[in-house]
Design a protein around this ligand. Sequence first.
Ligand code: HEM
Length: 393
Amino acid sequence: MDVLDLARMQFAVTGSLHFLFVVLTLGLAPLVAIMQTLWTFRGDPVHERMTRFWGQIYVINYALGIVTGLVMEFQFGLSWSGLSHYAGDVFGAPLAIETLGAFFLESTFLGLWIFGWHRLPRGLHLACIWIVTLTAYASAFWIMVANSFLQNPAGTVDRGDHLELVDFGALLANPMLTMALPHVVGAALLTGGSVVMGASAYQLFRRTPEQEFFTKSLRLGVVVASVGVVLAVAFGYAQFGPVGEFQPGKFDDKPLAGLGLGFMIMIGSLLQLVVLFFLLPVIRWLPRWRWAHPVVMLMTPLPFLAAILGWLAREAGRQPWLINGRLTVADAMSPGLTSGMVTTSLIAFTAVLGLLAVVDYVLIARVVRRGPAAVALGAGPGPDRERAAALSL
Ligand code: HEM
């Protein structure tokens, strides 16, 4: 493998591992916000416990996901300085807005939410989780603006050695963004819904004493996953319009992209079939149908896989361009990189991110296995907190 292939592989590995965290954060945030809204307006304690349990999973995933995002930033500076030199003025703007606005706000309000249990007034505490959710989606928006610019550098002109942004509105109204963003939102909701469904099915299959808790969780998971799969499939097909216009032949002559696309569509169609035509119509009885729970559990990893395949299709199909029609991947690579250097950072990044993904899975699985009684997040004074402490979470 030459140095360019190694650098590309490094980006693919770190991007994919990072997105595993992102897609779950985006999917879980609205679920937790909906649960807390139900608790605030209906006052049913089961919704409070649901908010704390799924909120704890959200927080674990968010905390570990941040570290994987930092690796992405390092990587731009390390391997792709040609991109910064040629298009930094354009590409840097949405990334900076994402970091400053959405990301800082999101972390701040998440902190308020985590430590605000039993301290903030209920309405204000609820507002915090909704702001976290909205800012998470604002982050996704700006990242997708940056990515869509790579697919179609709208609103920019070439000034010889660099690109200049002449129309910010065109950058935001990029047709490669308008269909892709709802597709990614749908993918995230499907992922979040599937994780809640899978974990609830696992607990119900084990005949948990928390029947009401996991029955309600399973049903909410099915509803959110249904919304997600409809958006993902509808806007998935809608993406062929802009792709055909700006990147004709993207999937015809690029086997890797075609393969990624094909398998993603297969998974999407299967999930659509199962979620919309099997799980949703029987939502009332599903919690009691023990034979169906293993099927729901087995579905859990599929949206993650489809999301990785989606990125593979979108990015591999753009080769040899990094910025479509303007800057090749070879020209974007940092000068002076050697195979040894890239191999070293590839091994280091893969090890760190891989470890984080495993730790994330193990911690989330532990929370799921121990159930709502052992959750520390939002545990009030008294028996709740003592029980959580005794179970060491
Ligand atoms: C029938 C179902 C689906 C269709 C027709 C479809 C279609 C597409 C197309 C055409 C692209 C590439 C766009 C480009 O190259 O610019 C794409 C990308 C992507 N897909 Fe799908 N997809 C489907 C299901 C799914 C599912 C189930 C997920 C995940 C849960 C998913 C996640 C993604 C992601 C993350 C991307 C990359 C970002 C983007 O371009 O939007 N897709 N999809």
